[in-house]
Write a protein that binds this ligand. Structure first.
Ligand code: NAD
Length: 491
């Protein structure tokens, strides 16, 4: 279908008529053909979003009214949960059940922002002068470009769309070109819910061709981006020209520290999930196992055993526990990453070679892989693979564990496993990462902020801060008894 761009409240075909095929990462079949936008489409979308914002209509709605709109979209998503999950599963190759969890999380995100949108947003400042009314009010930041990745396509976009709507912003969404289908369906629901024309616009296409147009344009006030470090750096540098606001959710290289006094059954089981869930295509994947030397052998041999038993397959497989990598290009990158690690001296315990036999040849499959004998100087420890690869490092002291875990340019998430509460507290506070799990790995809730220290990003999504990203604070000082200032002499 070519009319899959949504601009100024209408479904339209791209001006230059280009289309793009969505290919299943599991078996290479054609999932969909969608519009591919070029510069004229971007121009129309920016114009629509800017005009809608400047008209002041949506901005003048109360927070309450906009929150109701977001609740309505959540209701519609609940109605269409199965449809959305199937679209997500087809595009990403992940199992339907995983996609259903993702869509449930999307709905929870919309509900969260609808709820906090209804809180009081104005703050009265007590300046101690009776006739002065001093208050800080919250206003929408303006026109936003919202760009998402392919690993959790609708979820990552929803972390931006829901707060942008509650805040009263207008925006252009650009999902990853590999996985556009759920964004298209979301916009059908946005249309059905009655979002005013021009407020929400959908542009599909390659970041490499239209990304700069969507991020550098002076009519855009904020770019909220989730994706790789390199593109985040480019967006930040382009934004500097007009001091545009940026919110960046970038990569991670997340340490999972296991002390000898941990509940090892739970720690080992969670380490397997942390590294191999969604074949490691998770920004917070626990791919750096940092384990106390005295238990290294036991922990690593059990993880390797478990890794070997994980069943890989496409969404139609009844046995599969994890799915394919998103593209052949990405598969090759993961292979290169592992080959380089081995060349640098890492010991390959399990996995390590892309799967090419039988049905695997049709898709992009890589087996769960464990690399032992790693250290912080190796590129496999420093670089994000975004694949099912766990590297193993060892430590002897608590200080060493902390130093290893913080020896990364990233700072998205990490975990610490120990039965010693005081140690857990010390280590969790010492880690320079935006989320730290103690005796757990992976859970997040829309009520709590998500985001990275250091090169993992700028700003926070979710929580209350996730709404603040889309708001500007304005201080309004009203003098109810106007008088001369008396500063300069009157002549
Ligand atoms: P990517 O940077 O290649 O692409 C992300 C998006 O940016 C896509 O929509 C793409 O089309 C677009 N894009 C590409 N070039 C652009 C440009 N010049 N200007 C503007 N947009 C452009 O990332 P990806 O491969 O889709 O996603 C994987 C990365 O995302 C990983 O590094 C992962 O850690 C990160 N990620 C982070 C989080 C988080 O919460 N921190 C969540 C999910 C993914």
């Amino acid at each position: 279908m070519s009319n899959t761009l949504y601009v100024n409240g209408k479904w339209v075909s791209p001006v230059e008529g280009q289309t793009c095929d969505v290919i299943s990462p599991a078996d290479g079949h054609l999932v969909a053909t969608v519009a591919e936008a070029t510069a004229p489409d971007v121009e129309l979308a920016i114009k629509a979003a800017r005009t809608a914002f400047d008209s002041g209509e949506f901005t003048s709605w109360s927070f309450e009214k906009r929150s109701d709109l977001v609740s309505k979209i959540a209701d519609l998503m609940e109605r269409d949960l199965k449809i959305l999950a199937k679209l997500e599963s087809d595009d990403t190759g992940k199992r339907l059940i995983e996609a259903e969890y993702d869509i449930a999380d999307v709905i929870a995100c919309f509900r969260h922002f609808a709820e906090i949108g209804k809180k009081e947003h104005d703050r009265v400042v007590n300046v101690g002068i009776e006739h002065i009314d001093s208050r800080v009010v919250q206003e929408p930041v303006g026109v936003c470009t919202l760009i998402g990745p392919w690993n959790y396509p609708l979820l990552q976009v929803s972390w931006k769309v829901a707060p942008a709507l509650v805040a009263g912003c207008t925006f252009i969404v650009k999902p990853a070109e590999l996985t556009p289908s759920t964004a298209i369906h979301l916009f059908k629901l946005i249309d059905e819910a009655g979002v005013p024309a021009g407020v929400a616009n959908l542009i599909l296409g390659k970041g490499s061709s239209i990304g700069d147009l969507l991020t550098a344009d002076p009519r855009i006030d904020l770019v909220s981006f989730t994706g790789s470090l390199g593109i985040g750096q480019r967006i930040m540098s382009l934004a500097s020209k007009t001091i545009k606001k940026v919110a960046l959710e970038l990569g991670g290289k997340n340490p999972n520290i296991i002390f000898a006094d941990a509940d090892l059954d739970a720690a080992i089981d969670n380490a397997v999930t942390a590294g191999f869930l969604h074949s490691g295509q998770v920004c917070s994947a626990g791919t750096r196992l940092v384990v106390e030397k005295s238990i290294h052998q036991k922990v690593v041999s059990e993880i390797a055993l478990r890794a070997k038993e994980i069943k890989v397959g496409g969404p139609d497989s009844t046995e599969a526990e994890t799915g394919p990598l998103i593209s052949a290009n990405h598969l090759n990158k993961v292979q290169e990453y592992v080959d380089k690690a081995v060349a640098e001296g890492a010991k390959l315990l399990v996995g390590g070679k892309k799967l090419t036999e039988g049905d695997f040849a049709k898709g992009n499959f890589f087996p769960p892989t464990v690399l032992d004998g790693c250290n912080t100087k190796m590129s496999c420890v420093q670089d994000e693979s975004f694949g099912p690869v766990i590297t193993v490092e060892t430590f002897e002291t608590e200080a060493e564990a902390i130093a290893i875990a913080n020896d990364t340019i990233y700072g998205l998430s990490g975990a610490v496993w120990t039965k010693d509460d005081a140690k857990a507290k010390r280590v969790s506070r010492a880690l320079r990462h935006g989320t730290v799990w103690v005796n757990d790995y992976g859970p997040y809730k829309p009520q709590a902020e998500w985001g990275g220290f250091k090169a993992s990003g700028i700003g926070r999504e979710l929580g209350e801060h996730g709404l603040s990203e889309f708001l500007e604070s304005k201080h309004i000082w009203t003098n109810n008894m106007p008088a001369k200032s008396g500063w300069f002499a009157e002549r």
